[in-house]
Every structure is written in structure tokens, then in C-alpha cells.
Design a binder for this molecule. Structure first.
Ligand code: EPZ
Length: 437
């Protein structure tokens, strides 16, 4: 497995361009299954999870063309297979997003029930209950979710999620666009990736209204056609680089981003002593204020409040802030694994259930650390950039899943980071980290 070797202490300076949002590209790629015509997606991030999602579409029978690494042309004219196998789903939970479109267009789908992951059990019970509201019969057979529309076509219905689920909202939206009649989804997720998916579906000929609000109304149509769509910028990559500027004492111009998608993050970072200037609708200028970083409490919540995907990065920042900060994680039950690795670097953090208490500032010292999940990996990269000495991060395949060419981007800003390639013992082991530098 590849590692990152980081020598800390260099302030990051310069301009960084934000890639397309992984968590929007994943449902948008799945949505191409809903149409027999060609759907072209631009600004798709070149990261491992999207390579996996494209392979899933090919396994199902779709034709995929990538004129360049950020453009995907998908034509799901001849879908012969309606199953997403365990081998694939176990590597990427977002494969469950194939359920909605396959069920919606073909009336049948079989997807391996995803296991948990490092940050929690990650059930999909709410997805399955929503499909049943649309008239689907859903059963579990030897670890697979088997869903079918008994009359061949789903029937629109009114439903309410008992808790906010991002991919649950996306899955049922995709199932409902071809259903007979109208569907109303209440307590829907409002994350920016939801309106982005709705934009694509409507370009394909669907009739989705209210995406981005807690109530989404979908009028079923007979069929969908071709479309062209550009994926929104990645709000979490944006927040990650904003923290990178602040924690290294540098100054970054963050381009091709969407400041309007990270209002809660900008507000919290400003409270913590980070100077953030919105130069225009797609550019931020970020630096640590002269007064230094100050401890500020945060609780993760569904959008538009502070996102759980920025919690790990924020914790690293708080190790450098004056005072004590309380970080409360309300979305996932086990999303503090980066804390133990930060403690190995000298951080003063105490964990009690879903509460973390961080005391700062402390001088972080480079050390060998282990990445456990995508955002935890990012928090360790940030710590390594701020630490004294060398940090070796192992299992960086986690970060390759969701951050496009992060080594190249950080290196171009003056960060001392290099990828240490694992000695390949055989071709089979050459799990090359795609999109890597
Ligand atoms: C999406 O995951 C994102 N992934 C996650 O980003 C993100 O952390 C999460 O939303 C929350 O914002 C993608 O979009 C591909 P949820 P998702 O369903 O949809 C519980 C990253 O780092 N729940 O909103 O799986 C669940 O256990 C990843 O990019 C059920 O109980 O999250 C969690 O506690 C990590 N039953 C809460 O709801 C269900 O059927 C929110 O989960 C579904 C969810």
C-alpha cells in the first residue's frame, strides 16, 4: 500500500483549483442508468471511487467513454445485468446508488447489502423502506438486496424519512422519476449534491421540484433522454484546503469552488481566527489572521449546518488553536479514529462517546500514522503539513478515493509531500492509486 511522506513546516501559498464533487458525481453517474440515450457529465473528479462507479455501469451493460479524465459519456441503451456484486459493493458503498435507477427503469435490481465501514454500520434500511413506499417488493437473499416492482413499474407515493439520509434521498429520487404518478419526499436531505442530481434528472426530462429543500416533489414521466451536465465543485475539498492555508500559516486562493455551499464551514473557520475573503462567486482567499487561531466549539449536523465530512479536518485545526474546543459528532457513531493518530503526533484530545475535547495550541511532531477513512486521512495530511519533522501516513488508498491528485496539488503550493510507492511484488498487487501523482 502506498504511503505519503510529509515534511512539515512549509506555509502553503498560491492558487489551487477545486475538483468536481465526488459525492455528486457518484449519484449522477448512477442516474445515467435511467436513460437509453447518451448522458455526458463534465467536471467528474479523477478519483478511485468514480473509476469504481464507472466499472459498475460497464458491468451492468452501459457503454462508457471518457474523452478526457474529467468527462464521462455514458449510454445505458443495453442493460442486460441488474446486479451489483459483493466484490464491488464491498469496495464502495455508493454502489447502492444503482438500486434506485435499476428499480425505477427496469423494475428489478439486486445489489449486495453493503457492510459497515470504519466510520459506522452505515445501514440502508431507510433506502429500502422508501422503495417499498413506491410499491417495490424488497427482500434480503444471501446478503443481497433483491428489489422488484410487482407490476413492472413503481407507483408514486408520499413518504417521510425518519432521519436525513443523503444517498437515501438520492436513491428514492432516481427510483421515482419514472414511477406512475407523483411522489412527495419529506425530510429529504438538503446537501448541495441533491439539487445537482435533480438538475441532471430534469435535463434528462424528469420533473423534480424542491430539491435542496426538505420537501421534494417528483412527477413520474414515461422515459428520459439525453443530457449534458457539469458536476458542482467539491465543497469538502474546498474546506480541506481552507484549513490547510490556516494551519500552515500560508495564504491560498481557492478557485473553481462554491463558497455558497460551505457557509457553515466559512462561518466556523472565521470564528476560529481564519481570514476568509470571497473574491467572487467561485474564488476564496484564505489565510490565518494575525491574531492567531482560537478554539471554537462545533457540532456536526445535516446541511446547511456544519458537515460531518469536515469534522476530522477541523479537529486537526483545533489542535493549533488557543483554548479548549468541544467537537460533537452527531451523524456517524465512530468518526473519531483520526484522534488517536493525532494524539500520537502530540495532540491533546480526549474522547468521550461522540464528544471530543481538544486543548491547544500544541506543537505537533511528525510520526508514522495510519489512515482509516477518507476524511481522517485528510486530517492526518493537514497535521503532517503543520508538524515539526517527518510524518509517514500509511494506507493512503483511503485518500485516493476522494481527493484528486492531492500530492500534486499540495506540492504545487510549496508543501513538502511525496508518495512512497509500495514495492509491487506482483502485477496482481499493483493496485495503482488512480488519479495519483
Ligand atoms: C453521504 O453518505 C456521503 N457519501 C458521506 O460522505 C457523508 O458523510 C454523509 O452523506 C453525511 O453527509 C456520499 O454521498 C457518497 P447518510 P450516506 O445516509 O448517504 C444513518 C465521504 O467522506 N442511516 O446521510 O451514506 C447513517 O448510518 C462520505 O465523502 C440509516 O440509519 O450518509 C448515518 O448515521 C463519508 N439508515 C446517518 O443516517 C439508512 O438507510 C446519515 O447517513 C441511511 C442512513
Amino acid at each position: 500500500m502506498d504511503k505519503f511522506l510529509i515534511k512539515g513546516g512549509n506555509p502553503l501559498r498560491g492558487r489551487v483549483s477545486i475538483s468536481g464533487a465526488k459525492n455528486s458525481a457518484l449519484p449522477c453517474l448512477a442516474a445515467t442508468l435511467l436513460s437509453p440515450a447518451t448522458v455526458t457529465l463534465h467536471n467528474v473528479p479523477y478519483v478511485r471511487d468514480l473509476i469504481t462507479q464507472r466499472r459498475l455501469l460497464e458491468d451492468l451493460g452501459a457503454q462508457t467513454l471518457t474523452p478526457d479524465v474529467h468527462t464521462h459519456k455514458i449510454t445505458a441503451a443495453h442493460i442486460e445485468n441488474f446486479e451489483a456484486p459483493y466484490e464491488l459493493v464491498k469496495t464502495m458503498r455508493a454502489s447502492v446508488l444503482a438500486l434506485g435507477p435499476l428499480l425505477g427503469r427496469f423494475g428489478k435490481a439486486k445489489v449486495s447489502l453493503p457492510g459497515g465501514c470504519a466510520i459506522g454500520t452505515r445501514p440502508i434500511d431507510l433506502h429500502l423502506r422508501a422503495f417499498e413506499e413506491l410499491g417495490a417488493e424488497v427482500s434480503l437473499e444471501s446478503g443481497d438486496v433483491v428489489a422488484r416492482a410487482p407490476r413492472g413499474r413503481l407507483v408514486g407515493a408520499e413518504m417521510e424519512f425518519e432521519k436525513v439520509t443523503v444517498t437515501g434521498t438520492e436513491n428514492v429520487m432516481m427510483a421515482a422519476v419514472l414511477a406512475e404518478g407523483t411522489t412527495v419526499i419529506r425530510n429529504a436531505a438538503c446537501e448541495p449534491e441533491i439539487p445537482d442530481l435533480a438538475d441532471l434528472l430534469n435535463k434528462m426530462g424528469a420533473k423534480v421540484q424542491g430539491a435542496g429543500t426538505p420537501t421534494i416533489t417528483i412527477e413520474g414521466v414515461e422515459g428520459l433522454g439525453e443530457a449534458e451536465h457539469t458536476i458542482i465543485a467539491d465543497r469538502i475539498e474546498t474546506g480541506t484546503f481552507a484549513v490547510a492555508a490556516a494551519i500552515t500559516g500560508g495564504e491560498l486562493e481557492i478557485a473553481n469552488c462554491r463558497p455558497d455551499h460551505i457557509g457553515a464551514v466559512i462561518e466556523k473557520l472565521r470564528e476560529a481566527g481564519v481570514e476568509i475573503e470571497e473574491l467572487d462567486e467561485t474564488t476564496l482567499k484564505v489565510r490565518r489572521s494575525d491574531g492567531g487561531l482560537k478554539a471554537s466549539n462545533v457540532t456536526t449536523e445535516p446541511y446547511p449546518l456544519f458537515p460531518t465530512d469536515m469534522q476530522a479536518q477541523y479537529m486537526t485545526l483545533m489542535t493549533q488553536a488557543e483554548g479548549t474546543s468541544e467537537i460533537i459528532e452527531t451523524i456517524f457513531e465512530n468518526r473519531f479514529m483520526h484522534a488517536s493518530e493525532l494524539i500520537r503526533m502530540g495532540a491533546d484530545i480526549e474522547i468521550h462517546g461522540n464528544h471530543a475535547t481538544v486543548k491547544g495550541p500544541v506543537k505537533l511532531k511528525g510520526a508514522p500514522v495510519l489512515a482509516s477513512d477518507l476524511r481522517a486521512s485528510a486530517s492526518l495530511v493537514l497535521a503532517g503539513l503543520a508538524a515539526e519533522g517527518e510524518t509517514m501516513i500509511d494506507r493512503v488508498y483511503h485518500i485516493d478515493r476522494g481527493y484528486e491528485t492531492i500530492v500534486r496539488k499540495i506540492g504545487a503550493l510549496g508543501g513538502d509531500i511525496q508518495r512512497i510507492k509500495e514495492q509491487i511484488t506482483s502485477v496482481a498487487d499493483s493496485g495503482e492509486a488512480v488519479g495519483s501523482t
